[in-house]
Design a protein around this ligand. Structure first.
Ligand SMILES: C[S@@+](CC[C@H](N)C(=O)[O-])C[C@H]1O[C@@H](n2cnc3c(N)ncnc32)[C@H](O)[C@@H]1O
Length: 299
C-alpha cells in the first residue's frame, strides 16, 4: 500500500477504520449520477458470497493468474458497494478501492474484515496515487457514467505501470444485436430519462415495478424458449443475461438501468480506439456477457 500523494479534504471514521476523502473537487463527474449511486449502494450492499463469485467469474473470465495474482497492487475505480474488491481480495496483494459516492462508507462496513483493502472517497480526477503505480486496475460499469469517458479512461490508465493490465467494462452499443432488440432498448432509454429524474424512493419503487413487470417475464420467456426450442434462440431474448441471477441482483440492475441520469454506450471499435489512445494494447475482449468487457495491457 502506497501513501496518498496529496492531502485529503476530510476524513471520516467508520468503526476502527478511517476513510480519507478527496471528493468533491473533480471536474469530469456527473454529481447527480454519483448521488444516485450513493443512494443505490446504501440499499444494495449485501451481496452473498455466491452472488459475488458467480457474477465476478463472468467479468473475470478473461483474466488469468498471469495478470492478477498475489503480488498485484490493484486499483478498483468506481468500486461502488465493493463487491469486485471483495472478489479480488484473495487473488491480490493489496487493493485500493476508490469511489466518489457515499458507497465507500457502506462498503467499508460490509468488508471490514478484509485486511488487504483500503477504501477511499475520490473520483477519477482525484485518485490520490502517483502515476505508474498499479499492476492491475479495474473499472467495471463506471466510465460510461462519467461525462468524458475517454478522458477518464486516460486518467485511469496513467495510474497503471507500464506492462500492467486493465479490466474495463463499458455498456455496449448493442453492436451485436438486431433491429428488434435495439428498438426495445431505445424505448427503455426514454423510460430511463423520466424515471432517473424522480425522487429516490419513488424511483426505487418504479424500478422494482419494472423489474417485476419486465425483467421477470422476459427471464421466464427465455427459460421457456430454452426448454422447448433446441439451439440458442433463447439467447436472443432481451434480459436473458439475468436467467441465473438472484432477485437482489435483478432489482439492483433495474435501478442501475432506469435510475441513472447519465449513461453512455460504446461499440467494440470505439472501445478499442479509446484504449489505444490511452496507450494500451488489447489482450482480449470477452465474447460473453456482460458486453463489452475487455482486458488490455499498458505498453
Ligand atoms: C454502476 S456503479 C458500478 C459499481 C461497481 N464497479 C460495481 O460494478 O459493482 C458506477 C460507480 O461509478 C462511480 N462513479 C461515478 N462517477 C465517477 C467518477 N467521476 N469517478 C469515479 N467513479 C465514479 C459511482 O459512484 C458508482 O459507484
Amino acid at each position: 500500500m502506497q501513501p496518498y500523494n496529496t492531502s485529503e479534504l476530510s476524513k471520516r471514521k467508520i468503526g476502527k477504520r478511517e476513510v480519507h476523502c478527496f471528493h468533491p473537487g473533480e471536474e469530469n463527474i456527473d454529481l447527480e449520477t454519483v448521488q444516485s449511486f450513493g443512494e443505490e449502494w446504501l440499499k444494495f450492499n449485501a451481496f452473498s458470497a455466491e452472488e459475488i463469485k458467480s457474477a465476478g467469474d463472468q467479468y473475470f473470465d478473461i483474466v488469468t493468474e498471469k495478470e492478477l495474482n498475489d503480488s498485484s497492487y490493484v486499483l478498483d475505480l468506481g468500486c461502488g458497494s465493493g463487491r469486485w474488491t471483495k472478489y479480488m481480495a484473495s487473488k491480490s496483494k493489496f487493493i485500493e478501492a476508490v469511489d466518489p459516492s457515499h458507497a465507500v462508507f457502506s462498503a467499508i462496513q460490509a468488508y471490514n474484515d478484509l485486511d488487504n483493502v483500503r477504501f477511499t472517497q475520490a473520483g477519477v480526477d482525484t485518485i490520490p496515487f502517483n502515476d505508474n503505480t498499479f499492476d492491475f486496475v479495474i473499472s467495471l460499469g463506471v466510465l460510461h457514467h462519467i461525462p468524458d469517458t475517454e478522458k477518464a479512461l486516460t486518467s485511469l490508465i496513467r495510474k497503471l505501470k507500464p506492462g500492467g493490465h486493465a479490466l474495463i467494462y463499458l455498456y455496449y452499443a448493442l453492436d451485436n444485436r438486431g433491429f428488434l432488440f435495439r428498438f426495445i432498448f431505445n424505448v427503455s432509454t426514454l423510460v430511463r430519462r423520466v424515471v432517473s429524474k424522480l425522487p429516490h424512493a419513488l424511483k426505487q419503487f418504479i424500478c422494482d415495478l419494472l423489474a417485476i413487470c419486465i425483467y421477470l417475464p422476459l427471464i421466464g420467456l427465455s427459460k421457456l424458449v430454452k426448454a422447448i426450442v433446441p439451439g440458442k434462440l433463447h439467447m436472443k431474448i432481451p434480459l436473458v443475461y439475468y436467467r441465473d441471477k438472484s432477485w437482489n441482483i435483478i432489482r439492483n440492475d433495474a435501478l442501475d438501468r432506469f435510475g441513472t441520469p447519465l449513461e453512455q454506450r460504446f461499440n467494440k471499435v470505439q472501445i478499442t480506439s479509446m484504449l489505444k489512445a490511452a496507450g494500451m494494447s488489447i489482450v482480449r475482449f470477452s465474447e460473453n456477457e456482460p458486453y463489452w468487457h475487455v482486458l488490455a495491457q499498458k505498453k
